[in-house]
Ligand binder design. Structure first.
Ligand SMILES: Cc1cc2nc3c(=O)[nH]c(=O)nc-3n(C[C@H](O)[C@H](O)[C@H](O)COP(=O)(O)O)c2cc1C
Length: 150
């Protein structure tokens, strides 16, 4: 059975909601899914998975989650060749050019670690509660699984 590791960072719950929506979707497709809060996760969890997914918030004008810095730095040291990755995070469009920049950053380090991007980066404004958000996250999960099956 294919394995997915989903790592999220959250203060007010929106990115945990995103992680849970993706997890449910992947489980429905028969994937073995593990969801971990970023400060409790280790990059070895990604080394042991087929699908590597990050759901980060962005703070203080383009900053990564503080409690995710160790994980972020450790990603620069691992080889994730043959892994498929996806990044879907919540931010707030109010922050303009800094909107969800943590999504861009995690996508970059995962790519640099050798992982293959399975679907385009997803940025959700605040809570993932519109029909459009749900559809976007469904497509995110669908495309990741298709890529895995290639
Ligand atoms: C002080 C502060 C700074 C923020 N800075 C940014 C930012 O630079 N870019 C962004 O997209 N969102 C920013 N946000 C919005 C959060 O990323 C957004 O509320 C997100 O949904 C929080 O995710 P969470 O519920 O998982 O904690 C900021 C929020 C606060 C309170």
């Amino acid at each position: 059975m294919a394995k997915a590791e989903i790592v999220f960072a959250t203060i007010t719950g929106n990115n945990e909601d995103i992680a849970d929506i993706i997890a449910e979707n992947l489980e429905d497709k028969g994937i073995d899914v593990q969801v971990d809060e970023i400060s409790q996760a280790d990059v070895s969890d990604f080394e042991d998975a087929d699908l590597c997914i990050v759901c980060p918030y962005t703070y203080d004008e383009g900053n990564l989650p503080d409690e995710g810095m160790d994980f972020f730095e450790d990603l620069k040291e691992v080889d994730l060749t043959n892994k498929i990755y996806g990044v879907a995070g919540s931010g707030d469009t109010f922050y303009g050019e800094y909107y969800c920049t943590a999504v861009d950053e995690f996508s970059r380090v995962l790519r640099e670690a050798g992982a293959t991007q399975g679907t385009k980066d997803v940025k959700i404004n605040l809570s993932p509660d519109t029909d459009e958000d749900i559809a976007t996250l469904d497509t995110f999960a669908d495309e990741l699984v298709s890529k895995l099956e290639e």
